[in-house]
Write a protein that binds this ligand. Structure first.
Ligand code: NAD
Length: 483
């Protein structure tokens, strides 16, 4: 792990293996940290706040962030290979993701020198008040395995722009890229202790970080259940929390839509990344008159999706990321079958490939209460429900404990915006799916999260606002009267 600029083993001396999901074999080993390592990392991050880092101006932080962006752009392909070996995601997807990731550092570099307070006109002639937005302090990031480095960058770039220091616990399934990032943070010239990595498991390292009394903010991405646990751990210290959690996003297709484009968007939404994305469009709501046509098109394409080695250029869908994921997806497929749903295509493991491969699956003839419709599966499983009216489409789309994202497919511009305004989710795409950018807020309504990442307001989530009152006359006041 990396603490205060040093690459060190876990205090316990323990290690764990990271498995390549395609081969099922270990390909790397990481230190198995615990609360002792967390204490050390948090102390290093605290100390770095009052070291050279804490004295830099926003302009100087911006220069470091830009340099880090350049280094990450230079090494995008290498980082993509680490990500693919750790997570099993397609190499071509990870190459694209890693080539885009530097933009987060460039965008937030642009924010670092614009963290401005305001001068507030006083209601009293003898006072002047102004605000400062100071770094929140030590940020602990806890991140998942599905886009390990990008989701870390969503937190790191604004935190560094704000002047915070950082401790990250990557997922125990994908510990390597955060350690690789640490080398590049050092190369960019960030002082030791600004960025620390503690590898290990959730119940040990994650829990210790979330409950740590000297952490000022926890930035978490992961499942809703773990997010709630993290919020509980943080609450005892009133540690600030932002949570990016799960989803069960709806793709709403009206009869007037370009059905080829919609079918393509539905495929992208649920089968890309083997369905292992928080924003997966896993519920298809389709106007009854085009229901069968659209299901046929999606099913036909799903049958031709090329499964295989995630490093091969021709592969369209890789394996699930780990054995627990495989078990979870198969469990939901069995429940769907038992509750009488129809498997239009797929429905089980891809036996020819073994390992963690599951077939792209479309499930029809479902009801809104079935687990395949309500629960986040985090796999390549689409459930389809027909609707008759716009009102019914909105009600079905909102009938979820989640509210991360959704899409509307229609050529009617009035309806597109009308429905977008009524959907209770943090991101709505119109005639598109799965697009994100550093400058557009992302995050969830309801059980999909708390707070937003990306966009200019995000830096504020890594600052505390301080109001400063200045008395202008030097006169004394009645000590027993407020104001
Ligand atoms: P997870 O909740 O199992 O784990 C997330 C992280 O939390 C891991 O690093 C894990 O080790 C750690 N952790 C586990 N138990 C902990 C505890 N008790 N205290 C503190 N930390 C703990 O999630 P996952 O399986 O790694 O990732 C998949 C989930 O992440 C899905 O639900 C997905 O929707 C969600 N996700 C959300 C977004 C988003 O931006 N909204 C993005 C990607 C993934």
């Amino acid at each position: 792990m990396v603490i205060n600029g040093e690459r060190i083993p876990a205090a316990s001396g323990g290690t764990f293996d990271s498995l390549n999901p395609f081969t099922g074999r270990p390909w790397a080993t990481a230190p198995d940290g615990d609360a002792t390592d967390v204490d050390k990392a948090v102390a290093a991050a605290r100390a770095a706040l009052s070291g050279p880092w804490g004295k830099l101006t926003g302009f100087q932080r911006a220069a470091l962030l830009r340099r880090l962006g350049d280094i990450l752009a230079r090494d995008a392909d290498v980082l993509a290979e680490f990500e693919t070996r750790d997570s099993g995601k397609l190499l071509r997807e990870m190459r694209g993701q890693m080539a885009y990731m530097p933009e987060w550092f460039y965008f937030f570099a642009g924010m670092a020198d614009k963290i401005e307070g305001s001068a507030i006109p006083s209601d009293r002639p003898n006072f002047f008040a102004y605000t400062r937005h100071e770094p929140i302090g030590v940020v602990a990031a806890i991140v998942p395995w599905n886009s390990p480095l990008l989701l870390l960058a969503w937190k790191l770039a604004p935190a560094l722009a704000a002047g915070c220091t950082f401790v990250v616990k990557p997922s125990d399934y994908t510990p390597i890229s955060a350690l690789e990032l640490a080398k590049r943070v050092e190369e960019a010239g960030f002082p030791p202790g600004v960025f620390n990595v503690v590898t290990g498991y959730g119940p040990t390292v994650g829990k210790a970080l979330a409950a740590h009394p000297d952490v000022d903010k926890v930035a978490f991405t992961g499942s809703t259940a773990t997010g709630i646990d993290v919020a509980h751990s943080a609450a005892d210290q009133l540690t600030r929390v932002s949570l990016e959690l799960g989803g069960k996003s709806a793709q709403v297709v009206f009869a007037d839509a370009d059905l080829d484009a919609a079918a393509n968007g539905v495929i992208a939404g649920v089968f890309a990344a083997t369905g292992q994305t928080c924003m997966a469009g896993s519920r298809l709501l389709v106007e009854r008159s085009v229901h069968q046509t659209l299901v046929d098109r999606i099913t036909a394409r799903a049958k031709t999706i090329k499964l295989g080695d995630p490093t091969a250029e021709s592969t369209e869908m890789g394996p699930l990321a780990n054995a627990a994921q495989l078990e979870k997806v198969l469990h939901y497929l069995n429940e769907a079958k038992q509750s009488g749903a129809t498997i239009a295509t797929g429905g089980g493991r891809e036996e020819s490939l073994g390992g963690y491969f599951v077939q792209p699956t479309v499930v029809t003839n479902v009801t809104p209460d079935m687990s395949v419709v309500c629960e986040e599966i985090f796999g390549p499983v689409l459930s389809v429900l027909p609707f008759d009216t716009e009102e019914q489409a909105v009600a079905l789309a909102n009938d979820s404990k989640y509210g991360l994202a959704g899409a509307i497919w229609t050529k009617d511009v009035h309806r597109a915006h009308r429905v977008a305004h009524r959907l209770r989710a943090g991101t709505i795409w119109i005639n598109a799916y799965r697009v994100v950018a550093p400058n557009v807020p992302f995050g969830g309504f309801k059980a999909s999260g708390l707070g937003r990442e990306n966009g200019i307001d995000t830096v504020r989530q890594y600052t505390e606002t301080k109001a400063v009152w200045v008395e202008l006359t030097g006169a004394t006041r009645d000590p027993f009267v407020i104001g």
